[in-house]
Design a protein around this ligand. Sequence first.
Ligand SMILES: Cc1cc2nc3c(=O)[nH]c(=O)nc-3n(C[C@H](O)[C@H](O)[C@H](O)COP(=O)(O)O)c2cc1C
Length: 173
Amino acid sequence: MAFTDLAKRRFSSRKYTEKPVDREIIIKILETVRVAPSAKNLQPWHFVVFTESQGIRKIASCYNNVWLKQAPVIIVACGDHNVAWRRSDGKDYCDIDVAIAIDHLTLAATNFGLSTCWIGKFNVMQCADILMLPDGVEPIAIIPLGYPAEEPDTNRHQKFRKNFNKIVHWDTF
Ligand SMILES: Cc1cc2nc3c(=O)[nH]c(=O)nc-3n(C[C@H](O)[C@H](O)[C@H](O)COP(=O)(O)O)c2cc1C
């Protein structure tokens, strides 16, 4: 699929079919995460993949919406602040690096006819406890992965995105 079509096809799905996702496909998707760029190539990320219902239910309990536990796969993207690059002014690039990797994940999933939803509004402490994360490793996003049981609004980019000229500035802000 051409990249511009792929980027426009991706959408946040909150309804999934029960169809399982082949492990081979999950691995192919995660291979695109592995090759994502990161500040100083430090790759401060970990991805915890849940495919069994018990683990899915546990992780889904960190999010206050019942639809999540219906996803056949849940991936928790974690950032390691001990490893991430810090700029000389102290800015920690961990979240940025993990976000780039997650974007690879969501686009790769779309390319396989799958869909995802980035979830940021979850109980981080509970999630870190469940995963028994070491100090400095933070769960950044919970990402359900599966075959969508809903169609996105085909007009969504016209209706719900800012106008091109509002966000693109040529030569001066
Ligand atoms: C950083 C981030 C956090 C998000 N957190 C949530 C969330 O907690 N729950 C949710 O349902 N969607 C969440 N979303 C999905 C956004 O609502 C969605 O991307 C946005 O409305 C645009 O829709 P689209 O992804 O279908 O194009 C999040 C997206 C991003 C990028």
